[in-house]
Design a protein around this ligand. Structure first.
Ligand code: AMP
Ligand code: ZN
Length: 851
């Protein structure tokens, strides 16, 4: 037999072909393709010659490249199998057409030879004579048999049917389709009809089958790739998943095909903001990337870097998605044993068994570049807040860790998910400060006025009782004799000469200045820092301002203008230290001093909790949030830049931008004095400071490794230049004013004792008032009958002062202050012990008397 253009791939194995089917023998030379038309039919030799030149040319110009998306396929040299139990005109006509198109043509006359021939050749097209059933050839069962052969899904099978069957008004084609035929061909011996039918088959069915065959190659490629691939339909139903997904998630194909792709994600990791972000991207036809936690079949969760690409967006909704799950930087096989137990996982070689705990340094140094990039992506997630990133990293670590680490991390995550990150918690008796006095003080200072049980007053009562809260009003008071550095009385001048000493006697200044220490000390200190020059204001304005601010401090035992003067003096002391001098510009110094001066202005002598519990107007105005600090800042600015304030407006000559910066910075410092935020400010400062020193010393890997609740060790001798970023300056200013604000326990003992009595007096006044008004008692131990000042001081130093002054000393070099704090602490300790002994003695005497 002769055949058309025989594909080279078949040239050798076709030589021995003998299954009762015809095999062409070919003549050589491409230019003669259309002439190689003779077909050997079971020994009969027929030659057909195409003489039509036009047809020859148009047939020769048929496409030979088939584009399938980005795939570029060669149009196949079509192989056709004609199955006719005996040659007839129909068979000849089709054979003629096939040869005209240079199809590689095979002819079989019985069932077995057809199956064998197909098995060998996998023809693109099989045409089966179905006009009549004979014992030799049952068309339907032949079709089914061919369909049972692997790869036959890419073959187009055509039934030749009688015209009379086709012309019946019924769906006669259906049984053929059910048996596996693609279509039918209504018998016709007309050569043109046969030729055109084959051309249509070639360009539609055969072309499509070729593309499907090529897609099969792509699926095979996807199964070999390491990253997981999932394709979903309109309702996120999984239409395809590759082997990598099975491996990563531990599910078998049948278990997840058709399921919703989102069910594979750990539900609590898909927070609404993540889902929103995904939808926002994909519904606009854009790709989304990020880490998604997935649930494995065995229950563990793994974070996988995922890309979600929409293939089709319909009416603003993405249908058909492709998910690519990047193969994790850790090895799934090493992580999970076959039965799903979590194994301690290893990086790289078996030898490099990872230590049980997670640290950033080991992650960054142990792993190769690829892993580092993957890890960097965890950090690069822009849609999440820093705390969410931290939580994600910990969750990732948790899922890859041995059980005991995972359990510890559970507790860490629990704490991190709680918003009160920096507030110490006393969940049980043991972790409370053992002394009730101290614990009362701590919770009193840390509570921002949560409503406790007790009778609440009506707001109109609070308003009508406002005058009882403290002295002084908001009206600026003009003193009779205006102070000035040029007319400073001698007794005051003698004191002011020592205004840069840590032991400066502010209590004596309060006495000799008749409770106007702030104006005198303010003039002296601000002039030594050249604040008038910095603010471009005259001394009279400054003096007026100080006078008005001082007048707006109420006559409280503790929160009075002497406290403001004291805090300003401590601030100035800090600013004069060489290490801090290098950090601050004159404007920063002015900001710090002004913030200290105003930081408690119009303090009512009661804490925020009291104001909230009593429905005070201030609490209502500030929604129970940072009530006092908000009020101090607002009140001071109202006085300074409010209506008719020109004579006292120290900021009036600043340009608007500078004024805005100055105002923002002052407000930030005043708000930082809120004790409920104490641990937050201190932790941030210590962390940043530690980090910058570590970078300097090449110790960055140690950052953040202190245990929960522990402050990181503050290193020595920082290089202030590397530390002085604008963000860090904000943190330093906060700690500076905080240290100044609570510096009284670190002053020389005589001063320290006065302040301790004053604060206790103020607290006790509050307790009296709470009892009188039947309000919740915020600090019950500050009852003037039972109050122990030494114990309150021990508690305050233990819980608030020690760590902060330690950090501050390391940072700014204030050993003398740390030393005062230490010796005062011992003083209070001894006094406390003496008092307890006395109490015991008195108790014993009482008992003796009673007996
Ligand atoms: P401020 O109200 O701005 O002065 O914030 C500092 C807070 O720390 C004060 O309200 C006091 O409650 C508290 N405080 C300062 N010094 C002491 C001390 N020696 N003993 C107890 N509490 C203190
Ligand atoms: Zn204060």
């Amino acid at each position: 037999m002769t055949m058309g253009c025989t594909p080279s791939s078949h040239s050798s194995d076709q030589t021995g072909f003998a299954y009762g089917c015809a095999q062409s023998s070919h003549s050589s030379g491409n230019e003669h393709d259309y002439r190689r038309t003779s077909i050997e039919l079971n020994g009969n030799h027929t030659t057909t010659v195409c003489n039509n030149k036009e047809m020859r040319e148009s047939l020769n110009s048929r496409m030979n490249i088939l584009k399938h998306d980005k795939m570029c396929l060669n149009f196949p040299n079509v192989k056709v199998l004609l199955v006719f139990d005996k040659p007839d005109a129909q068979c000849d006509a089709l054979k003629w057409a096939a040869e005209k198109l240079s199809f590689e043509t095979y002819l079989c006359h019985n069932f077995e030879s057809a199956v064998d021939c197909y098995t060998e050749e996998r023809h693109h097209l099989v045409i089966i004579d179905s006009r009549h059933s004979s014992h030799m050839l049952d068309a339907s069962s032949l079709c089914r048999s061919i369909r049972n052969i692997k790869g036959s899904e890419y073959t187009c099978i055509v039934a030749v049917v009688k015209r009379s069957l086709a012309e019946k008004e019924e769906a006669g084609v259906l049984p053929f389709i059910r048996h596996g035929f693609n279509r039918w061909f209504i018998e016709s011996y007309n050569l043109g009809i046969c030729l055109n039918e084959l051309i249509q088959l070639e360009n539609n069915d055969i072309a499509i089958q070729s593309k499907l065959k090529a897609s099969h190659a792509l699926f095979t490629a996807l199964d070999y790739c390491k990253d997981g691939v999932i394709v979903t339909g309109p309702n996120h139903d999984i239409q395809y998943l590759n082997q990598a997904i099975e491996k990563m998630l531990g599910f078998r194909y049948e278990e997840i095909i058709g399921k919703n792709a989102y069910d594979l994600h750990r539900s609590d990791s898909l927070k609404t903001d993540v889902v929103d972000s995904i939808n926002m991207h994909i519904n606009k036809g854009k790709e989304w990337e990020g880490t998604i936690f997935h649930r494995r079949k065995s229950g563990e969760c793994i974070p996988l870097w995922s890309k979600i690409s929409p293939l089709e967006v319909h009416n603003g909704i993405a249908e058909h998605l492709v998910f690519i799950k990047e193969f994790p930087y850790y090895s799934i096989e090493k992580m999970f044993s076959p039965d799903g137990d979590v194994l301690p996982y290893t990086y790289g070689s078996i030898k490099s068994t990872r230590k049980a705990s997670y640290d950033v340094k080991s992650l960054c140094s142990d792993v190769g570049l690829g892993r580092r990039q993957s890890f960097a992506k965890f950090h690069a997630m822009t849609i999440e807040a820093p705390i969410t990133k931290v939580i994600n990293i910990l969750m990732a670590t948790q899922e890859n860790s041995p059980v005991f680490v995972a359990q510890a991390l559970d507790k860490v995550l629990e704490i991190l998910k709680n918003s009160e990150l920096y507030s110490p918690q006393f969940p049980n008796k043991e972790s409370k400060p053992d002394d009730q006095m101290a614990s009362d003080l701590v919770s009193g200072l840390m509570s921002s006025g949560t409503k406790q049980s007790g009778v609440r007053r009506m707001s109109h009562e609070a308003a009508s009782n406002k005058s009882s809260v403290g002295g002084g009003g908001v009206t600026p008071q003009t003193p009779t004799q205006l102070p000035s550095l040029s007319n400073v009385p001698n007794n005051i001048k003698n004191l002011l000469d020592k205004d840069s000493d840590w032991g400066f006697d502010i209590i004596e200044l309060e006495r000799v200045s008749q409770k106007r220490p702030l104006v005198w000390l303010g003039l002296s200190v601000l002039s030594s820092f050249d604040v008038c020059r910095t603010l471009n204001c005259d001394e009279i304005t400054l003096r007026n301002w100080l006078t008005v601010i001082e007048a707006n401090y109420r006559d409280n035992p503790y929160h009075n203008s002497t406290h403001a003067a004291d805090v300003m003096q401590a601030t100035a002391y800090f600013l004069r230290k060489p290490r801090l001098k290098t950090l601050f510009y004159p404007l920063d110094e002015a900001i710090c001093l002004i913030a200290a001066i105003i930081h408690d202005v119009d303090h009512p002598g009661k804490n925020s909790a009291f104001l909230c519990n009593s429905n005070d107007e201030m609490a209502i105005l500030y929604n129970d949030i940072s009530v006092l600090e908000s009020h101090h800042a607002a009140h001071a600015f109202h006085l300074t830049v409010g209506p008719n304030s020109d004579p006292i407006n120290i900021f009036k000559n600043l340009d608007s931008e500078t004024y805005r910066d100055v105002r923002q910075s002052i407000i930030d410092m005043v708000l930082a004095t809120e004790m409920t935020k104490h641990f937050e400010h201190l932790s941030k400062f210590v962390h940043v400071f530690t980090k910058s020193v570590s970078i300097e010393e090449g110790l960055i890997g140690n950052v953040g490794q202190s245990g929960p609740g522990e402050l990181e060790t503050v290193p020595e001798s920082p290089n202030m230049i590397t530390f002085s970023t604008p963000e860090n300056i904000v943190l330093i200013k906060r700690i500076l004013i905080k240290c100044a604000d609570v510096s009284n326990p670190a002053r020389p003992l005589d001063l320290c004792k006065v302040w301790a009595h004053r604060i206790a007096e103020e607290y006790c006044n509050q307790t009296d008032e709470e009892k009188r008004q039947k309000l919740p008692v915020v600090m019950p131990t500050f009852d003037r009958l039972t109050c122990s000042i030494p114990k309150s001081q021990i508690g305050f130093i233990d819980y608030f002062a020690n760590d902060m002054f330690d950090a501050w000393d390391s940072f700014g070099d204030f050993p003398e202050i740390a030393e005062h704090l230490r010796s005062n602490y011992h003083f209070w300790k001894e006094l406390s012990e003496q008092n307890s002994n006395k109490d015991i003695d008195n108790n014993n005497k009482d008992k003796e008397r009673q007996s």
